[in-house]
Design a protein around this ligand. Structure first.
Ligand code: NAD
Length: 333
């Protein structure tokens, strides 16, 4: 039998959910955590004295013998932490976005190429929502004929987080890379095609004269290889609870998910539709990480592959680039 994977977690925000999941998972052993916040580390030490705690990421990866690290630090630390982990041949599960610009992207991409044995995935969680899994299966079975347009909307509904927390303090924060990226990932998951070019625009009307220095709203048109067009929206200033909307238009069917409801229409002549379950259990949220762990232990394909992470990141970065240039930009992979 294979040995248990030895795991470390960096960043105890969303990383605390990984921490709680991993410490109960039989096929691995959570041995260390890292956070720059000493109070969070003290709490871990008090409740789980056997887990080693570190304020310094460099020290943790120097002292511990780790097979996998879950990176859930602030966005601006992801790329340097990833590069150090690849260098030490440690497998990586990173929170999105894996990086913040093309310079970092290409460094990571070429380092992963040289160190091909290092496994790499990211927490693109929407892929495992029940309704999206159903839709993906239906698309694979050919039930949606000639998809021509996808619309994806990420309505953040957590304005306080961009106004008062680290998102307003780091050198660069992108709502596209923090939000819309999930919808771009869904489009990639449904279409299984590469995107070719992107044009975008953004504004910061809602957070004008606040500490948040970046666009709080962005939108983009993404052209995929097959001619399918996607419109993606990252809406971080909205006054509505957190949710995602997605519409898929095919020649014979239309899928619509709006606030808490998902439906498939098969006719424009009557208003009958099939309703889909949108309940997203906690267990489903940890599946992306668990499938990655299984892929390390058994070589099975994970739910989110390295290629998925790189492709979706490239599309999102190109959208950010186009917002700056105001032009159609080719997606560089
Ligand atoms: N997949 C998702 O749907 C999802 C959801 C929320 C957040 N995230 C991502 O998770 C990451 C963290 O966001 P959050 O909401 O958990 O933030 P958070 O503020 O709740 O927690 C982040 C923690 O990381 C620690 N930290 C930051 N930089 C560090 C470093 N260099 N070394 C060690 N510790 C460090 C902070 O002290 C803090 O405790 C972000 O990249 C964010 O985009 C992903």
């Amino acid at each position: 039998m294979k040995k248990k994977l030895l795991i470390g977690v960096v960043g105890l925000g969303v990383g605390y959910y990984h921490f709680n999941f991993l410490r109960k998972l039989k096929k691995c052993k959570l041995i260390s955590v890292c956070d720059t916040n000493q109070k969070k580390l003290d709490l871990v030490k008090k409740n789980f004295p056997k887990i080693n705690t570190y304020k310094s990421f460099d020290l943790m990866i120097k002292k511990e013998k780790l097979d996998l690290v879950c990176v859930a630090s602030y966005d601006n630390y992801h790329s340097s932490q990833i590069l150090k982990l690849i260098n030490k041949k440690i497998n990586i599960f990173v929170e999105k976005p894996m990086c913040l610009n093309y310079n970092e992207y290409f460094k990571i991409k070429s380092s992963l190429k040289v160190n091909n044995n290092v496994k790499f995935s990211s927490n693109l969680v929407l892929r495992n929502s029940p309704q999206f899994r159903v839709i993906e299966k239906k698309i694979n079975l050919g039930e949606f004929k000639n998809i021509f347009y996808i619309q994806g909307e990420y309505n953040y509904g957590r304005k306080e987080k961009i106004l008062n927390q680290w998102r307003s303090r780091i050198p660069f924060y992108s709502v596209t890379l923090g939000g819309g990226i999930h919808l771009i990932d869904l489009a990639k998951f449904f279409l299984k095609k590469k995107a070719v070019s992107v044009i975008g625009a953004g504004n910061k009307i809602v957070t004008k004269n606040t500490k948040f220095r970046f666009n709080d709203f962005t939108t983009g048109i993404v052209k995929f290889q097959s001619g399918v067009i996607m419109n993606v929206i990252s809406n971080f200033g909205c006054e509505i609870p957190h949710h995602h909307c997605i519409k898929i238009f095919a020649k014979n069917k239309t899928f619509i998910q709006d606030y808490k409801k998902a439906k498939i229409f098969s006719s424009r002549k009557n208003s009958s539709f099939e309703r889909l379950n949108v309940n997203y259990h906690k267990r489903a949220k940890t599946k992306i990480l668990e499938s990655f762990i299984d892929s390390i232990l058994t070589n099975k394909k994970p739910l989110v592959t390295k290629e998925d992470v790189l492709d979706v990141m490239a599309i999102s970065l190109t959208l950010e680039k186009s917002i700056k240039t105001g032009r159609w930009e080719k997606v560089k992979y």
